[in-house]
Design a protein around this ligand. Sequence first.
Ligand SMILES: [Zn+2]
Ligand SMILES: [Zn+2]
Length: 262
Amino acid sequence: MYPIKQKWNIIRYRCTSETGVGELQNFIMDLIFPQNVCCLCRKPGLYNTRNPWCKECCNDLLDLQTSLPICKKCGKYLEDGEGICLDCETNPPLFHVARSVGPYTDSYRIAIKALKFLGKKNLAVRMGSMMACVVKNEPEFWPLDIIVPVPTSKGQMESRGFNQTEVLARQISKDLRLRLITDALIRVKETPSQRELTKEEREKNLLYAFYLKDNKHCYRKNILLVDDVYTTGSTSKECTKMLLDGGANRVSVITWATGQGF
Ligand SMILES: [Zn+2]
Ligand SMILES: [Zn+2]
C-alpha cells in the first residue's frame, strides 16, 4: 500500500496529465503539504514547487553546471581539453546531440534520487524547466517537432506509480510548447538495475528492450528524447535506434545529469 502522501501524488499526477491544470494543482499541493526543508540539504525554510531548494543549493547547481568542459556530441564532462570524448570518437552515437543540465554528482544526484526513489514529483517542475532551458539555449537542438520520454518498465511503474522521465518531459513540453508523445516507445524487456554493469553489459542488457509502438507521430520528425541520467548512453542510443528505424528524421537527447567521459 502507498502512504497517503504518495497516494495523493499519484492522484495529482493523473489529474495533471489528463487536464493540464498543473499550476493550480501544484498550488493546492503546496498549501496542503508545505515544504519546510530544502529537498537537497534539508535546511529549514519556506519552499514550494517552483523553488524546491535553498539559495546555497541553487548556487551549487549553477556552479557545477559550468565546472568542466563538455563533449560537443554527447555532453559528458571532460577531465580536460575540448572537442569530442573518446567514446564518441571511437563509436559515434546515432543521436544528433545530447546535453544535460549538470554532472551526475552532489546536488544533481540527490535531486534525481529524491524524484525517483522518494516520489517527490513536485521536483520535476523545476528540474524539467531547467532541462527546457538548456534545450532552448543550445542551437544544435533546433528545429524540434515532438518530445518522447524514455519509457520505464511495468515493474517500476507499479512500484513508483509514475515514470520520472515522463514527468520531466511533461514540464519540458509545457515550457517549449512542443507536443509530448508518451506512448511512442514502450519497454518490452524488464532490465535489472544498470548501475553496477559495465558498458558492454548495459548494451547487451538493453538490446531489444524498447519497441516503437507506432511510428505515425515520429515519421520524419525531429525528436527530443528525454531521460533522467546519461551514463554510458546505452539507453539513449537504443531508443534513438528504434526511433530512427521507425522513420524519425533526427533524434536529440536531453537528460538531467550526465557522467564523465575521457
Ligand atoms: Zn539546500
Ligand atoms: Zn562524447
